[in-house]
Design a protein around this ligand. Structure first.
Ligand code: ADP
Ligand code: MG
Length: 348
């Protein structure tokens, strides 16, 4: 089994586990009652794994990533469950320890790079700052340190330009002197990835990192993430509403709906033969070669209001294969199928 061949998540050994979510539940109080943005979510991620989390907007993908980093904004709260990173419970970490983990072990990149890049500073300086913080560039030491400043600075500039070249920013020397707004969206995202990688994280959480970009640039950023994964062994959680992106990039996939995991398994098997009617619906929305535009069917109905979920399966009002029982039971259990996949659906 340890032949070096990549298998699905069901076939890996537990000692390889980098991240584990255990029944994680994150709620937001609203005027119409508490909503569970993440509802009883459990999964494991192995070292070096590429996992995709897909679902329509509002399904709890971003809150999942923020919950992992314990960055859920007030008044949101994790009410149940835990996150284990390298076997350690993050709920037991102090604020200071969490800041260290966020700065060093788990990095996050967002859909809109400008929310993270500072518009007032040159891109190169921002990359240098993060290389300094993470000691990739060693700090100057001793009483004579200032004497060596010029030499040190030349070394730093080299590191910064190498980091920028590494993420495919052309003409790094010139680019490093530019301000973020002088970069295209794709180049801003590359700069952000250079900053995220400066701490050499074991885990990169990417929240819709290509949604704001056009298709060609999207493919380039995904290729870059793939290169990072291969060359540095960085595990990546890619969150997106675009199932096609996950199909290309991730070994394993989790499909979320209304805060719950509806289906999980190796991407290939899920794409070839999706089990959950919701996953099948998402697949039918994908543009494909040989399928005319007017044959692409969106899932009828709207994403549910979390404050007014139906009893039973949250997808049942939109489901084409709904059974009377679907809205009669309290909650649908997650079932593990013989091939190791999991599905939350009464059809199985
Ligand atoms: P997505 O899958 O699009 O990333 P999110 O994880 O951002 O979805 O949000 C899931 C749900 O959590 C939202 O539909 C909303 O009901 C709730 N939610 C998220 N953030 C907040 C907030 N700051 N205040 C109240 N509710 C929130
Ligand atoms: Mg989101």
């Amino acid at each position: 089994p340890e032949s070096g061949v990549r298998h699905g998540m069901d076939e890996r050994t537990p000692s390889n586990t980098l991240l584990e979510l255990q029944e994680l539940t994150t709620v937001f109080p609203t005027r119409r009652g508490e909503v569970r943005a993440v509802n009883d979510l459990s999964f494991q991620l192995h070292r070096g794994e590429k996992l995709g989390i897909v679902g329509e907007s509002g399904s709890g993908k971003s809150v999942t990533l923020l919950s992992i980093l314990r960055l859920v904004a007030d008044p949101g709260r994790i009410t149940r469950g835990d996150v284990l990173f390298r076997g350690e419970r993050l709920s037991e970490k102090s604020g200071k320890e969490m800041r260290q983990i966020r700065g060093k072990d788990i990095a996050m990149i967002f859909q809109d790079p400008m929310t993270t890049l500072n518009p007032a500073f040159r891109v190169g300086d921002q990359v240098r700052e993060s290389l300094r913080i993470h000691r990739v560039i060693p700090p100057s030491q001793g009483p004579l340190a200032r004497l060596f400043d010029r030499k040190r600075r030349a070394g730093e500039i080299q590191r910064v330009q190498a980091a920028m070249a590494d993420v495919g920013i052309p003409a790094p020397e010139e680019s490093s002197r530019r301000y973020p707004h002088q970069f295209s969206g794709g180049m801003q995202q590359r700069a952000l990835i250079a900053i995220a990688l400066s701490c050499e994280p074991q885990l990169l959480l990417a929240d819709e990192p290509t949604t704001a970009l056009d298709v060609t640039i999207q493919a380039q950023i995904i290729a870059l993430l793939d290169k990072i994964n291969r060359e540095h062994g960085t595990a990546i959680v890619l969150v997106t509403h675009n199932l096609g992106l996950v199909a290309e990039f991730c070994e394993n996939i989790i499909v979320m709906y209304a805060g719950q995991m509806m289906e999980r398994g190796p991407t290939e098997r899920v794409i070839e033969a999706a089990r959950h009617p919701y996953t099948r619906g998402l697949l039918r929305c994908l543009p494909r070669i040989g399928v005319r535009q007017d044959e692409i069917l969106p899932i009828p109905g709207l994403v549910p209001d979390l404050a007014e979920l139906p009893t039973g399966c949250p997808f049942s009002p939109r489901c084409s294969e709904v059974l009377p029982e679907c809205s009669q039971v309290d909650a649908i259990p997650l079932k593990t199928l013989p091939d190791g996949r999991s599905v939350r659906c009464l059809l199985y």
